[in-house]
Design a protein around this ligand. Structure first.
Ligand code: GLC
Length: 422
């Protein structure tokens, strides 16, 4: 039983949840029960109060804009944005703590694609299977939809998608006589060293090697592009990350740092350190997600303009298939919300064609609706969609498992060790 309303005796903007209920006693409890029965009688989401939406800080500034837009047209309730850590793992920990303590007060969650299985297994998410039937699901890319499935039910709506990409300085490559980006890791290293030397650039390559979720995404890309995997595709209970292929992949990642193609500092790099390195004219190549493209030439990163940048699929080791880590973010609803209808209305707005279009154009956040990939304006504004198409098609999921967060912690430590030369 939850209570949220203005003038209910509960401080404005704060929900009265089960935890509060348990903490109370005596007269307080009686009073609360009275309040609770009035509120529950009116049904969840009586139309008063705020809906709380959580998401990591948004560098593009498009998020507050969109929420404002929603609030202007919404009747009876407003959405408040609660800023969460940008680091996926730190954000996850915060949510898990709140869920374990009884649900917390967040209604709608902007969530990494690796979370739904674990949250759903614990009963923390609203099952939206009835609101989001197969016929509507088919209007979204299958990868992000799969990330939302647990036990035959769906627990949210895909918002934007991600895949690891190879960014390169097309202008510098050309000056050094290269007309195409590299296809193999060997070629990439050779080109990186030569172009950095020729054009007096500090680093050949930068990527995310820190001990965190992004480090897992990078490490897996070396494993996959060398023919390895984490779990056996034929038997997902079998861990095969100790295969010679996986080891060979991680050896490439290690070699890139050992040979000085990437600086040793990448062992502490996340996305946040990658942006100024590549867009600050300090690297020939970078591995990053699509969002970095929109930052080129902005006031924070004026040194490198979008037209100097090319995007390609990540290199592979000769004879292996293309692979990138599938990233991205979904919109989930807290199972404990007392405003499920309002929450759903907001989720639909954010994931609509219009909502996704705005974020694609302004922030180079890739849509989860395939129809938007044909949109002329999007294709022209963010060529990442065109140049990165092959990478997107070959994006692979991290293991979908209720135990993923534990698997990830282990990989974070091991992969960071690889980058540090252990
Ligand atoms: C991006 C991806 C997300 C991934 C994270 C790692 O935000 O979309 O899936 O976990 O990067 O840093």
């Amino acid at each position: 039983m939850t209570q949220r309303s203005k003038g209910s005796g509960v401080s404005a903007g704060r929900k009265f949840d089960r935890r509060d209920f348990l903490k109370m006693s005596g007269a307080g409890l009686a009073g609360a029960a009275l309040l609770g029965s009035t509120a529950c009688g009116g049904g969840g989401g009586s139309g008063s109060g705020d809906l709380i939406f959580a998401m990591g800080a948004d560098t593009s500034g498009t998020l507050p804009d969109l929420i404002d837009k929603f609030n202007k047209q919404s009747e009876g309730f407003k959405v408040t944005y609660r800023e969460m850590p940008t680091d996926s793992g730190a954000y996850f920990d915060k949510l898990r703590t709140q869920f374990q303590a009884g649900g917390g007060d967040i209604d709608v969650i902007g969530a990494d694609v690796i979370w739904p299985a674990q949250f759903a297994a614990n009963g923390w998410l609203l099952d939206v299977t009835d609101r989001f039937p197969k016929s509507d699901q088919s209007q979204f890319l299958p990868g992000p939809i799969n990330s939302l499935m647990y036990d035959g039910k769906i627990y949210g709506v895909p918002w934007f998608t991600d895949a690891g990409l190879l960014y390169y300085r097309a202008d510098l490559l050309e000056k050094s006589g290269y007309s195409e980006p590299p296809k193999t890791w060997d070629e990439m290293q050779e080109m990186a060293v030569k172009v950095a030397q020729d054009q007096n650039i500090a680093n050949g390559f930068v990527f995310q090697g820190d001990q965190y979720e992004g480090g897992v995404c990078n490490g897996l890309e070396y494993i996959w592009t060398n023919g390895g995997d984490v779990l056996d595709p034929g038997d997902p209970n079998k861990v095969i990350i100790d295969s010679p292929e996986a080891a060979a992949g991680l050896a490439i990642e290690q070699g890139i740092v050992e040979d000085g193609v990437a600086p040793q500092a990448v062992a502490t790099y996340t996305e946040t350190e990658t942006d100024p390195a590549f867009l600050g004219n300090k690297a020939v190549f970078a591995r990053n997600w699509p969002y970095m493209y929109a930052l080129a030439g902005t006031s924070d990163f004026p040194d490198v303009k979008p037209e100097q940048i090319g995007v390609a699929p990540l290199p592979v080791t000769q004879g292996n298939s293309l692979a990138s880590t599938l990233g991205g973010w979904n919109m989930l609803i807290n199972a404990q919300t007392d405003m499920p209808d309002e929450a759903w209305e907001f989720v639909q707005f954010m994931t609509s064609e219009q909502g996704q279009r705005q974020r694609a154009i302004a922030a180079s956040l890739l849509p989860t609706r395939p129809t938007l990939y044909q949109d002329q304006e999007i294709r022209e504004t963010i060529p990442v969609i065109v140049q990165g198409e092959e990478a997107l098609k070959n994006a692979r999921s991290r293991p979908v498992s209720p135990y993923y967060s534990d698997m990830s912690l282990e990989m974070q430590e091991q992969f960071n060790g690889v980058v540090k030369g252990d």
